[in-house]
Design a protein around this ligand. Structure first.
Ligand code: SME
Length: 166
């Protein structure tokens, strides 16, 4: 249903624009946080090549707690400031790491991971959590990938009720 043929001649920004339209359509009509977080993780894993993990950590009392994801089992809690996810949470800036083994403090949940992008999810100035994407390939993510992934996360934020409520 959401398979995308990647033509190696297609510029990455066009590829991500296509993905973003499909994502808006996938998430349209549903605003539940857990539901959309699960769908978004699966959508990213299904449409982007060379990934081994994609998913969420949500901010809880100065820690990140594991949320919906696709991939191998992962660390459940990460303090703000620890690892790549903690750096994204602490700084509220996207972290793009070309080689995780050269990143001091990297937390190896899946030993296959070699490069990583972590994008903070900020709503009305508050940190809601982070979206983490891992690849088994060193230097998998370019600046264009980062911008494309940030645009996908923006669509997720706009499509979802981010207030936590049970
Ligand atoms: N590598 C991350 C931890 C989360 S896992 O990759 C799923 C980090 O250093 O924060």
């Amino acid at each position: 249903m959401f398979e995308i043929e990647i033509d190696s001649n297609t510029p990455l920004n066009v590829f991500y624009d296509t993905l973003n339209s499909q994502l808006a359509s996938l998430l349209g009509g549903e605003r539940d946080l857990i539901c959309n977080a699960a769908q978004f993780s699966a959508f990213v894993m299904q449409t982007l090549p060379e990934l081994n993990w994609a998913g969420f950590y949500f901010a809880r009392d100065k820690q990140l707690v594991l949320g919906p994801y696709v991939g191998k089992v992962a660390c459940t809690r990460i303090p703000f400031g620890r690892g790549v996810c903690g750096a994204a949470a602490h700084s509220q800036q996207t972290q793009r790491v070309e080689d995780v083994h050269a990143f001091e403090g990297h937390i190896a949940c899946d030993s296959a991971s070699a490069s990583e992008v972590v994008i903070p999810i900020v709503y009305e100035g508050d940190l809601i959590g982070v979206f983490d994407i891992d690849s088994p390939k060193v230097r998998r993510f370019s600046q264009a990938d980062q911008e494309g992934l940030e645009a996908l996360v923006t669509t997720f934020i706009e499509s979802t009720d981010l207030e936590w409520s049970f």
